[in-house]
Design a protein around this ligand. Structure first.
Ligand SMILES: [Zn+2]
Length: 230
């Protein structure tokens, strides 16, 4: 995600398009800070960003913080997300997908460039070696992270329509953890003090869990069931 070096709490950054000779000189596009994806708005508020501009905006290496005008830095800050976690925050899924997309796109771009260079001068040994190197790097990356990216995208696609607030933080709860979660939830909202003494220790938790689940949607994440609050 894009972070302001001064710690401003920002949702978007301003990406400048490369200068051209026409009147659209210094045009800027608003970019989602969390995902690094272009929004549909130019800095001056006009909507309908053309795909070519979106692509250029996403390639800006130091977009600007809208609050303090400092150059922002891309911070990885994401680690692998697997279906062994009891809780998964949707914002981590969003950031992780953005990060993996970014890595893959960079390697793909390097490969495309190596391919183009090699096409221009067929038979140049250095260029064909560079091309092979770029191919290996992308293949290696896909072997390591390709499955994770694919399954996270599937998870996001399935869970987002079920979640009340996907973008700003929905929690996915693993089915195996749901009863513990229900007990905690009951304590948090103050309907029981604790679950170990009378009468709270007489609660039919199986039934309580089934009823609580009515407010949640069910998604599959690589063979494990997760529940997300609607
Ligand atoms: Zn700032």
């Amino acid at each position: 995600m894009w972070k302001c070096p001064n710690g401003c709490n920002i949702e978007e950054v301003i990406a400048s398009l490369p200068k051209t000779e026409d009147e659209h000189d210094e045009m800027s596009v608003m970019v989602d800070a969390q995902t690094g994806k272009a929004t549909n708005r130019y800095f001056d508020g006009i909507t309908g960003v053309v795909p070519e501009h979106a692509e250029l905006a996403e390639a800006d290496e130091n977009p600007m913080c809208p609050e303090c005008q400092s150059d922002c830095d891309w911070v990885d800050g994401t680690s692998e997300i697997t279906n062994s976690e009891d809780f998964i925050d949707s914002r981590n899924i969003i950031s992780r997908i953005a990060q993996l997309d970014r890595e893959q796109n960079a390697l793909q771009k390097a490969l495309d460039e190596a391919q183009a260079a090699s096409n221009r001068i067929p038979g140049a040994v250095e260029l064909s070696e560079a091309l092979q190197e770029a191919e290996y790097e992308l293949e290696d990356w896909k072997e390591l992270w390709g499955d994770e990216l694919k399954s996270l995208k599937q998870l996001a696609e399935d869970a987002e329509p079920l979640a009340g607030d996907w973008k700003y933080g929905a929690t996915l709860i693993r089915d195996s953890y749901f009863e513990d979660y229900a007990r905690e939830f009951a304590r948090d909202i103050g309907v029981i003090q604790d679950d170990t003494s009378w009468p709270a220790n007489c609660i039919d938790w199986e039934k309580a869990v089934e009823q609580l689940k009515c407010d949640y949607g069910e998604v599959d994440f690589n063979g494990e069931t997760y529940w997300v609050r609607g």
